[in-house]
Design a protein around this ligand. Structure first.
Ligand code: FIX
Ligand code: ZN
Length: 415
């Protein structure tokens, strides 16, 4: 067996992390046939909601003025303010630069003309494949809303045109707005009532079973507010306990809880107006303890929750921490969280997901995350070598494969 020398370690780890295909376990991307949900191209990239939030730090206009513009005008404005009149230093800005560079486009250009010309020449099917190849993403998981009309059409016609796009059945309407869900379920022919009377629970279960059958989701998911508590006397606890968790257990479809959002703290900004709050780890522990035969994927939005989540994962084998979500998806914070996780959990977690909303974003999100993951692994292996353990490239590749795809594959039973 050939062992790695300290001076070659950085190179070997980096090569391993770059070469390993990733399964992107949470995105908002869609296969091309989900048009108009499938977003790609420069105007979409530049009007990403992370950049809309940043625009208002450096532009004096109002949200009303911004929303009255066409997408092209919005993109021109953001480009001018954040990329021409200012240096694109933030993570989201740097991401656009990395995307342009990946396609050989000039990220110092005074306007978006050249980029628009380039993207207008691409055909969706080939372009999608090309982007996934550049990012080395072998498969990715969408966020699928069963109440969305376009989704209903695509799923009834046989699902995604590209098999690399896998499904996640998103439960937000059901768990976060029960009155609206009752309306939508009733319109879909399900016999449900606000007060849970009659066949309500059975009918919610029928709804879930039918969508699981149709979508074959790798997991079910919900984003939950920072003040989520389990159990409590809300409809949410009732739905979780009586319909969703039993379905997840019996159908062997893990349940993902993404906790910590403070929705619409500035509603004028739309998707850019959400913020973060500290979540209650006791509720996560309670769910895991009460449901030992269920598998959970959990990500928490607040930086202050990350250590607690690692501790919880040491207590519950049915809890898989994943990703550095949203406001945490910045190199300095990814480094901190990934380091903490390696120290407390070894390689038994899922370090990252992209949360990409626009196709090309997988290029920069994975470029940046891979680099940080490689740094953290390098530092960890170095400590191990100092403590006297020999290390082979095969062992590094084994760890990296677990982190970037294997743990998820195993957790959701993906072969
Ligand atoms: O709820 C979610 O899945 C969030 O990730 C998004 O809705 C959020 O707006 C986002 O894009 C974060 O990256
Ligand atoms: Zn998301």
């Amino acid at each position: 067996m050939e062992y790695i020398q300290t001076e070659n370690l950085r190179n070997e780890v980096e090569q391993s992390v770059l070469a390993a295909p990733v399964i992107d376990i949470h995105t908002h991307l869609f296969a091309p046939n989900f048009e108009p949900l499938a977003l790609w191209g420069i105007d979409e990239v530049v009007t990403y909601h992370y950049l809309i939030a940043e625009l208002f730090r450096s532009w004096n206009g109002t949200p009303e003025q911004f929303w009255a513009m066409s997408k092209t005008q919005q993109a021109d404005l953001i480009w001018n303010v954040l990329f021409v009149r200012n240096t694109p230093l933030s993570e989201a800005c740097r991401g656009v630069v990395a995307v342009l560079t990946a396609f050989g486009l000039d990220s110092s250009a005074p306007d978006l003309r050249e980029a628009r010309e380039f993207f207008s020449r691409q055909t969706p099917d080939e372009h999608f494949e090309n982007v996934l190849r550049i990012a080395n993403v072998s498969e990715l998981v969408m966020t699928n809303d069963p109440f969305n009309k376009t989704e209903q059409r695509v799923w009834s016609e046989g699902g995604p045109s590209n098999p690399k796009f896998r499904a996640a059945l998103r439960m937000d309407p059901l768990l976060n707005d029960w009155p609206l869900a009752v309306e939508k379920l009733s319109a879909g022919g399900y016999e449900v009532h606000q007060d849970f009377s009659g066949r309500t629970v059975k009918e919610v279960r029928r709804f879930l079973d039918e969508w699981i059958e149709l979508m074959r989701p790798l997991y079910m998911a919900v984003s939950l507010p920072w003040d989520f508590r389990y159990p409590d006397d809300s409809t949410r606890t009732k739905l979780l306990r009586e319909a969703i968790l039993p379905a997840s257990r019996e159908q062997k479809v893990p349940f993902a809880m993404m906790i910590g959002v403070a929705r619409a703290v500035n509603p004028l900004l739309g998707d850019a107006g959400d913020a973060v709050g500290h979540s209650d780890i006791r509720s996560v522990e309670y769910v895991c303890r009460e449901n030992p035969d269920n598998r959970f994927l959990v990500t928490l939005l607040s930086r202050e929750n990350q250590h607690e989540l690692c501790v919880a994962a040491r207590k519950f084998g049915n809890l898989m921490p994943f990703g550095c979500w949203w406001f945490l998806n910045n190199p300095s914070i990814i480094a901190e969280i990934t380091c903490e996780r390696v120290e407390m959990l070894g390689a038994s977690f899922i370090p990252q997901h992209s949360d990409a909303r626009i196709l090309e974003q997988v290029i920069y999100k994975w470029k940046h995350s891979r680099r940080v993951i490689a740094d953290v692994l390098h530092a960890s292996y170095l400590e191990l070598l100092h403590d006297g353990r020999r290390l082979s490239r095969a062992e590094i590749d084994r760890d990296v494969a677990r982190l970037l795809s294997g743990n998820f594959r195993e957790w959701v039973g993906l072969t």
